[in-house]
Design a protein around this ligand. Structure first.
Ligand code: TXA
Ligand code: MG
Length: 316
């Protein structure tokens, strides 16, 4: 494997990225949520390269990124409910899990054998530009080694995957900073929240005109990627802390101040955007014990607390 190239966010960089994808290689690309590790979703060999670079368990299916709704229609069946959600939130941080079309042309490795495909239209202008230059679907999980914190800056990708992938397209820091909200549908068509993320649950419910249900346990439409010890910094994490204990590095929110702060003004969007950067920073500081201030369980707080609980979960 040659050295991982850091591609600039200009015409030459985008052309080089598209060329690498066409040749079956891997390019980490910025999206508005987190950096994705992209490869041609139509090629099993290219997609296998993603799993290899991440050391990812092969049973874990990937999200496919397309430029617009018309491109999505080529790969999946959209119900009326799915169409409403797509109209409201695409391009943007929403992933829909939908029945895969028979002639979709998506490599079987992408869906890990499931009859459904997770698909989204990213809003980031560089992701949009790359999708149009490449003119095909890009499979992209978050651009981090499996089990590690997602990357929200090009240098995070480099720190985790340098020497394992062909290139990183540098788009600066990701605006949302948390992965997309994943919504799937039960056998009766009801929308179910498979992963809280960059679109607040309340915002999706307002469009649906109905509550978003938790995943149906019997239907098997869970997000298998949600292993408990995901999203973790290396240090031990204690949640709901109002002050640090001896030896702990404190992460503050709002009135609870820390060595690092998610948002001093208690703003959930700012906290979401900073969360993974703070995780990376804790690793850089060598923090062994971490205390995190309480974050309200509303709006983007749902997704923030979801990632924090995973970070605090027992490790194996
Ligand atoms: O914001 C995001 O969603 C980022 C950017 C790069 O788009 N991507 C991302 O991908 O977070 P990843 O692979 O780290 O997480 C994808 C999640 C996993 O939990 C996976 O199990 C779930 O999507 N997933 C994929 N296909 C699925 C399917 N057919 N049914 C249920 N869950 C699925
Ligand atoms: Mg991930």
């Amino acid at each position: 494997m040659p050295e991982t190239r850091l591609l600039p966010p200009d015409d030459a960089g985008l052309d080089a990225a598209a060329e690498i994808l066409r040749a079956g290689g891997r390019v980490a690309l910025p999206t508005e949520t987190v950096y994705g590790l992209g490869a041609d979703a139509r090629s099993d060999a290219a997609v296998a390269g993603i799993f290899a670079a991440k050391d990812r368990p092969a049973f874990n299916p990937l999200i496919v990124h397309v430029a617009d709704l018309a491109a999505a229609e080529r790969h999946v069946e959209l119900s009326d409910t799915a169409r409403h959600l797509a109209a409201a939130f695409w391009p943007g941080p929403l992933t829909l899990v939908l029945p895969l079309k028979a002639q979709a042309g998506i490599a079987p490795l992408v869906t890990a054998g499931l009859p459904t495909l997770a698909i989204r239209v990213p809003a980031h202008p560089l992701a949009q530009d790359l999708l149009r230059r490449f003119a095909g679907p890009i499979a992209a999980p978050s651009a981090n080694p499996s089990g590690r914190v997602s990357a929200t800056e090009a240098r995070h990708v480099m720190a985790g995957l340098s020497g394992r992938i062909e290139a990183v397209l540098d788009g600066g820091a990701c605006a949302v900073g948390l992965e997309s909200t994943i919504i799937g549908f039960g056998p009766d068509g009801t929308a179910r929240l498979l992963r809280p993320g960059g679109i607040a649950k309340e915002a999706a419910e307002a469009v649906l005109g109905a509550p978003l249900l938790p995943p149906a346990p019997e239907a098997g439409i869970t997000s298998p990627g949600q292993l408990l010890s995901h999203y973790a910094p290396s240090g031990r994490v204690r949640l709901g802390a109002t002050e640090p204990r001896a030896g702990e590095t404190m992460v503050g929110f709002g009135a609870v101040r820390g060595d690092l702060n998610l948002s001093e003004r208690g703003d959930l969007a700012e906290a979401a955007a900073r969360l993974f950067t703070v995780f990376h920073r804790l690793d850089e500081m060598g923090a062994k014990a971490i205390a995190v201030a309480p974050v309200p369980e509303e709006g983007l707080g749902l997704a923030i607390n979801d990632r924090l609980r995973r970070a605090a979960a027992p490790r194996d």
